[in-house]
Design a protein around this ligand. Structure first.
Ligand code: 13P
Length: 250
């Protein structure tokens, strides 16, 4: 089965609305007509409107970096799925390691957020990955299995159709260290196996598993050539239009 790759930019807490508009003005002409891969930009919440306006009619989709698990309510500072879809945001990153590390995101909140994202027709990109101590202790597989099992809990294959996963080894994020294509492939196979247990073989074969962690123009080709890697979730390397274009066009 061929899986169309998803190349997603995670801008984290960078760029103002004005800088977002300027990015798209430079980026869109450089990727115009590029249909081999699906391209998504995930800016901070405040920039989503500017991004959606700038991307309208183009081959680039816009995603958020987080959502709340409730439909609405007294949750100061949070953003609901309906608020995102109301402005034509189509994708959402869930459970990024920085949210797990700094904002108390747990496997349970990831599960709840995944459920409501799917209910609202968003394409979720669920992040999983081990920290360095876990890798060194030989616990990578256990961690991935636990994160996947809990994230997928109670969700049917039919409902999960749009799901994508990003494998982001935490030790490779923002460090300049990358997993080798083989290390990523090994992790992706564990994730695919968990998806098969939860959703069935056919679903697992079609599931896109992205790699994230210091993806740069110089290593994108090697990583994207690995059959188990179905795209990239790019942090630092996505902030500059020329750099992200080189990654998209690996
Ligand atoms: P870097 O590409 O900056 O290592 O970040 C990876 C990441 O966390 C993407 O979500």
């Amino acid at each position: 089965m061929t899986r169309k790759k998803l190349i997603a930019a995670n801008w984290k807490m960078y760029k103002t609305p004005e800088q977002t508009t300027a990015f798209f003005a430079e980026f869109l002409p450089m990727v115009a007509g590029h249909s081999r891969d699906e391209i998504v930009i995930c800016p901070p919440f405040l920039d989503l409107h500017a991004a959606v306006e700038a991307a309208r009619g183009s081959n680039v989709a816009v995603g958020a970096q987080n959502i709340h698990w409730a439909k609405e309510g007294a949750f100061t500072g949070e953003i609901s799925p309906a608020m995102l879809t109301a402005i034509q945001v189509t994708h959402v990153i869930i459970g990024h390691s920085e949210r797990r590390q700094y904002f108390n995101e747990t496997d349970d909140t990831v599960n709840r957020k995944l459920e409501i994202a799917l209910e609202n027709g968003l394409t979720p990109i669920v992040c999983v990955g081990e920290v360095l101590e876990e890798r060194e202790a030989g616990l990578t597989e256990d961690v991935l299995r636990r994160q996947c099992t809990r994230a997928f809990n109670g969700i049917s294959a039919r409902k999960a159709a749009k799901l994508a996963i990003a494998y982001e080894p935490v030790w490779a994020i923002g460090t300049g260290k990358t997993a080798t294509p083989q290390m990523a492939a090994d992790a992706h196979m564990v994730i695919r196996h968990e998806a098969e247990k939860a959703f069935g073989k056919e679903f697992a074969q079609g599931l896109r598993i992205l790699y994230g962690g210091s993806v740069k123009p110089d290593n994108a080709t090697a990583l994207m050539s690995e059959g188990e890697i179905d795209g990239a979730l790019v942090g630092g390397g996505s902030l500059d239009p020329a750099s992200f274009t080189r990654i998209v066009k690996y």
